[in-house]
Design a binder for this molecule. Structure first.
Ligand SMILES: NC(=O)c1ccc[n+]([C@@H]2O[C@H](COP(=O)([O-])OP(=O)(O)OC[C@H]3O[C@@H](n4cnc5c(N)ncnc54)[C@H](OP(=O)(O)O)[C@@H]3O)[C@@H](O)[C@H]2O)c1
Length: 484
């Protein structure tokens, strides 16, 4: 019990993580630290076999539900002492997080006089080191209505933060007007966003728009692992509320269509989610659902202007075809090399090239007549391309593979090389097994009528074409992600 139990769990987790455990702390979130589903299952097995649990069996999701050494120790102590622990459902947890973080959103105390400048904006942007963030940053700095963009990112120093943003822009081949760029090393869940009080005050005194776009794109983390990220969103809402203008700065949040994917409906509206049941089963989707709901509630409670950017699957940009190699669909396409097969399904994906997503989001920021509080469905409305076209165009780009049904593809993946270093697609085996399982269905159609008014770039988005597919493949061959 107590410290001895924590020591035991720390050693167990360290042993499973091996060389990756160097900087592990007892409070560290294990999934943010790199634990994957295989590691989680190994940790579960070792605890079950190594500890006296009085004959009780731990749930196979125990590591997901208690995602740090400290949290695991506290829970196992309760199991050992026989205390009845009510296991909250994910839905109860999601509502609990909305309540918890809404209490942290402070009513507006500023009674500023000047109107919010719309032609000299100071935009705070998180996630500029990522794919979409780099494109948003390019469109923001290119606009004459923007005076300054302050990027907040995790980094060793402010200089390192600037370097990281620059490197990302180079990697994605986007142009940034650096004369408008400031970049801080920041932890948005910390007091003053991890800045000094003076830096925070300076930011507060000029901010007009806050775009919260940083988020772990991680489909194995449980909703509890997103607690701190939901808290970071509440901190950024407070920054917007403390702006010195006659109205608060606008809070924009990069959400995900996954928070509506479990809905049985054929269509999803441009509205806040009606019930927790619409969120898909991943912590990622549930965390996004919570921040959508928190945004709605904060707008009602404080008058905060909010724009929920509910983003669909993004794909590589239309100029260079650069698409994150860690994402699910690039990893699926890579499996054409690794397992020599791709699945054939009957659907029309609404994948949105990331450059158009960035432009539409910038347009929404700049639009001065958009609603005070709204949800924007950021998906490609042009869905004429079929999945089978995509597969044919991958083949036309010279990639050799078998076309198989999804169940066969999942089985071939399950029987393929299991070392993620050699075959990274295998990390998402569980995700794909569920995705192509019995619940597989035609994708929900996300309505865009309202969004198109405020972000017209969305309406100009081309369908995915043969040329765009060739750009993805060409780029991945250059980076070595694809080998044939
Ligand atoms: N990609 C899609 O198809 C898609 C679809 C729907 C919604 N979205 C949303 O769009 C946004 C941007 O996604 P993206 O495609 O540009 O992904 P990305 O390239 O992986 O970028 C993610 C960004 O979030 C930051 N981030 C991740 N984990 C973090 C953490 N624990 N603490 C602080 N910052 C963290 C990253 O910073 P580091 O550089 O420090 O890691 C990076 O700047 C995300 O909110 C994502 O959920 C994406």
């Amino acid at each position: 019990t107590g410290p001895a139990l924590e020591d035991y769990l720390f050693e167990t987790v360290s042993a499973v993580l091996g060389a990756h455990a160097t900087n592990l702390t007892r409070a560290a979130d294990l999934f943010a630290f790199g634990v994957d589903s295989l590691n989680a299952s190994r940790i579960h097995n070792r605890i079950q076999q190594g500890l006296d649990l009085g004959g009780q069996h731990l749930s196979s999701t125990v590591v997901y539900e208690h995602p740090s050494v400290k949290k695991l120790a506290a829970y196992i102590e309760q199991v050992q002492s026989g205390e009845a622990v009510h296991k909250k459902t994910d839905q109860e947890k999601m509502l609990g997080y909305v309540e918890k973080w809404l209490a942290a959103v402070k009513p507006r105390s500023t009674t500023g006089e000047p109107a919010k400048p719309v032609d000299a904006r100071v935009v705070v942007l998180t996630g500029a080191t990522g794919s979409l963030g780099a494109h948003i940053l390019a469109y923001l700095t290119a606009s004459s209505s923007v005076r300054k963009v302050v990027c907040l990112s995790r980094a060793k120093s402010h200089q390192d933060s600037l370097e990281r943003v620059r490197e990302s822009a180079v990697l994605r081949q986007v142009q940034i007007d650096e004369s408008k760029l400031v970049s801080y090393s920041s932890t948005v869940q910390a007091p003053f966003l991890g800045l000094t009080e003076e830096q925070y005050e300076s930011l507060r005194s000029e901010v007009t728009d806050v775009i919260h776009n940083a988020w772990p794109v991680n489909f194995v983390m449980n909703v509890d692992s997103f607690d701190e990220h939901i808290g970071g969103s509440a901190n950024l809402m407070n920054l917007a509320l403390e702006a010195p203008w006659s109205e608060p700065a606008t809070f924009l949040f990069s959400s995900s269509i996954s928070c509506r994917m479990a809905s049985p409906d054929k269509y999803a509206g441009e509205d806040f989610p009606p019930t927790t049941a619409t969120a898909a089963g991943t912590g990622y989707a549930q965390g996004k659902w919570v921040v959508e709901k928190l945004s709605e509630a904060a707008a009602e409670k404080t008058g905060l202007p909010v724009a929920v950017l509910r983003i669909g699957q993004m794909s590589g940009d239309t100029s260079c075809g650069i698409w994150n190699e860690t994402e699910a669909w690039p990893l699926l396409i890579r499996s054409a090399n690794a397992i020599g097969a791709l699945p054939v399904v009957d659907e029309n994906p609404s994948w949105l090239p990331v450059d158009y997503a960035g432009e539409a989001i910038a347009e929404i920021v700049f639009n001065t007549s958009k609603p005070a509080s709204a949800v924007y469905n950021i998906v490609n409305p042009n869905t004429e391309t079929k999945w089978t076209d995509l597969i044919d165009w991958i083949e036309a780009a010279g990639v050799k593979f078998d076309k198989v049904d999804p169940a066969t593809w999942v089985e071939r993946l399950a029987n393929s090389e299991q070392d993620p270093a050699k075959n990274p697609t295998v990390k998402l085996l569980g995700f794909f097994r569920e995705f192509y399982g019995p619940a597989f269905r035609q994708p929900i159609i996300f309505k865009t009528e309202e969004t198109l008014k405020w972000g017209p770039a969305l309406g100009r988005t081309p369908p995915i074409t043969k040329d765009i597919v060739a750009k993805w493949i060409g780029h991945w061959r250059k980076t070595g992600f694809m080998t044939n």
